[in-house]
Design a protein around this ligand. Sequence first.
Ligand SMILES: C[S@@+](CC[C@H](N)C(=O)[O-])C[C@H]1O[C@@H](n2cnc3c(N)ncnc32)[C@H](O)[C@@H]1O
Length: 368
Amino acid sequence: MPAPPAHAEGPSMSTAPTPEAPAGPHGAAARRGPFRAGERVQLTDEKGRMNTVTLTPGGAFHTHKGFLQHDSLIGATEGTILENTTGQLYQALRPLLSDFVLSMPRGAAVVYPKDAGQIVTMADIYPGARVVEAGVGSGALSISLLRAVGDDGYLHSFERREEFADIARGNVETIFGGPHPAWRITLGDFQEQVLAQEEPGSVDRVVLDMLAPWECLDAVATVLAPGGVWISYVATVTQLSRTAEAIRADGRFTEPEGWESMVRGWHLEGLAVRPDHRMVAHTGFLLTARRLAEGATGFTPKRRPSKTGFSEEDLNAWTPQAVGEREVSDKRLRRVARDAASTIQRGSLPAEEAQARRDAIADGGTVE
Ligand SMILES: C[S@@+](CC[C@H](N)C(=O)[O-])C[C@H]1O[C@@H](n2cnc3c(N)ncnc32)[C@H](O)[C@@H]1O
């Protein structure tokens, strides 16, 4: 069954102007103006230590050096510097997406902001695009994709583990202040579910972040529109090579292109201007290819590697442990899912609706 755009039937958030929140793209109003009760604020002390608090009337942020009343932040201008009961100073700012993603509840490794930026730009994710994604994991990449497709776009995310879907939903709803009108999640294996739910040739972009993207090759080729972009994020060189060779051998795509990005921060102090001593040296590799028109065959490279085949034995070796993925217990995932659910801002989603949506995911159904 083809899936209608989620915003046509899913629960939608009102964007009607209110005295506090002017109309605009989804979630934008909540990121402007004075701080409001219920929102998250990042407090940075003079040593650069950061803490994120959710503003509650009557609440307080305690450290071993005194406390700061939440009421002194509610109604204050963003960027204000406040003093706690012992004179400690704090800068108060709304967390940026990159801050949120690195501190939100997570069950699996998230796509780092530097890679999410590459994915959005290099896969050309544009407002109004129809995008499918798997797996959802903690929802970090889903958030960037939703921002890029916008309220009138369409992001259909597939995830095989329901605890991850639950965590991702909590994180997405926290940052957007409620359900996003362009988003739906389906539980199950991408390669089966996407074929059941998307029309052949109807998808503009496919974004995969999973262990074995080559297993999805036929499904991607089926749903992707001619000229559509497939981008995969993989952690290891062996996955990169396996995916690239599978795409090349299939013939329905352009030549795959692979790369990685490295971001190195710089220390900036007087004349001591130099690269930071520490950096996140490796996150993952990116690989893109574009769907050719039906019946067209990809150019074969003039020089082919001598050994591109993979035996059945190789295939069985692709386990999370073999590629160095951390095994996460079901118990831990359930706890993180509970944490993620409890961070959804209640003010923007009625409690009974939040519960109904959690129940729907727990029942293994599609949540829109
Ligand atoms: C590394 S996590 C994704 C992280 C996510 N992109 C983020 O930024 O938070 C990989 C996810 O893919 C899911 N997965 C793996 N193979 C899948 C498949 N064939 N279909 C659906 N989900 C799959 C796993 O359960 C896991 O949650």
